[in-house]
Design a protein around this ligand. Structure first.
Ligand code: FVH
Length: 306
């Protein structure tokens, strides 16, 4: 293990400050892991890191991290072990030879709810406690509180509370429940909505692509419109809760379905494939037909649930 040069040369005051901060082990120094590492180092947390490709740890060693020669050695160094690797298979591979007994394993690797539940059980069988995390941020948002990023956590509330302060150093924290799968479920839900937004924006840019319209002039209009429409999710939530999709509906489903030909014809006339929008329009039509003229769009949500 390469010792932390900052620790070796620390003054008594620096050592006292370091001593108050929870030591962290971090496995994975990709784009996200490196950003997390820098935030903990900047806040004065003693940090032990490991990465499959050792060269990625060199810069962090110079910034004060202790670099372990193996994942097992890094896990042995501290109680709090944070993992941020590519996928569940890489977590299996990295932790294969590590003794996890007594460790608090926090897995920030993106995965499915089922993978998170299986990991919690896997950790329990190895004598470790487990929290799953779903990162709602990109690396440039880490260590920048005003960027608004955060991590969803699920699993033991007591474990979350114990490490809340340390976990909150790189980016905000939002606890979503004892079920270990809930952080991943929230993560995937929000990212799925994001992809829907990206799909709509891609279609919008395609519509103007062949015209004498600067994409840079459409972009702010698009962004403002999406922001103006975003609060509609609160109305949808209320309607789902109350089982009444007429409640507060400004725009009836029937009116929206009547407008579908306008969108499809415009796409055709602009030489744009309707492939991103068509599935949603199909669902709108089915929902209207099956609801006998429902007012809102929550019927589509129930049609999606198999
Ligand atoms: N970057 C982002 O924008 C997103 C934001 C939301 C959350 N994601 C998730 O975070 C996890 C890590 O993402 P990342 O950005 O750090 O990813 P990479 O830069 O590609 O680094 C991958 C690290 O995983 C290591 N690794 C891959 N396979 C293995 C393996 N079989 N055994 C051990 N380690 C492995 C890789 O090591 P190396 O290639 O440097 O040797 C990197 O450390 C991820 O779940 C995102 O979905 C990021």
């Amino acid at each position: 293990m390469t010792r932390n040069p900052v620790e070796k040369s620390a003054t008594p005051v620096e050592k006292a400050t370091l001593a108050k901060k929870t030591p962290v082990t971090l496995l994975g120094l990709g784009a996200m892991g490196t950003a997390l590492a820098r935030a903990w180092l900047a806040a004065g947390h003693p940090l032990t890191v490991w990465n499959r490709t050792p060269a990625r740890a060199a810069a962090l060693a110079a910034e004060g991290a202790t670099v372990a020669d193996s994942a097992a050695e890094a896990v042995a160094a501290n109680t709090l072990v944070v993992v941020c690797l590519l996928d569940a298979a890489s977590v299996d591979e990295a932790l294969a030879g590590a003794d996890l007994a007594g460790r608090d394993l926090v897995d920030l690797t993106t995965g499915t709810p089922a993978q998170a539940r299986a990991r919690a059980e896997w950790a329990r069988e190895r004598g470790a406690r487990h929290l799953d995390g779903g990162i709602m941020a990109v690396p440039s948002m880490i260590g920048v509180p005003e960027a608004g990023g955060y991590v969803f956590y699920s699993g033991s509330r007591e474990l979350f509370e114990r490490h809340r302060e340390t976990l909150g150093v790189p980016v905000g924290t939002t606890y979503v429940g004892e079920d270990p799968g809930f952080a991943a479920l929230h993560d995937v839900a929000l990212l799925s909505a994001m992809y829907g937004m990206f799909a709509g924006a891609a279609h919008a840019f395609a519509l103007i692509r062949k015209e004498d319209i600067d994409p840079a002039s459409l972009a702010p209009l698009l962004a403002d419109w999406l922001v103006a429409m975003a609060p509609s999710v609160h109305l949808t939530a209320d309607q789902l809760r109350n089982g009444d999709d007429t409640e507060g509906a400004d725009s009836s489903l029937a009116m929206q379905v009547a407008g579908i030909p306008t969108f499809l014809t415009t796409a055709e006339q602009q030489g744009v494939s309707p492939e991103l929008l068509s599935p949603y329009f199909t669902l709108m039509r089915r929902s209207l037909a099956e609801s006998g003229g429902g007012e809102g769009g929550t019927g589509m949500i129930d049609l999606l649930v198999r």
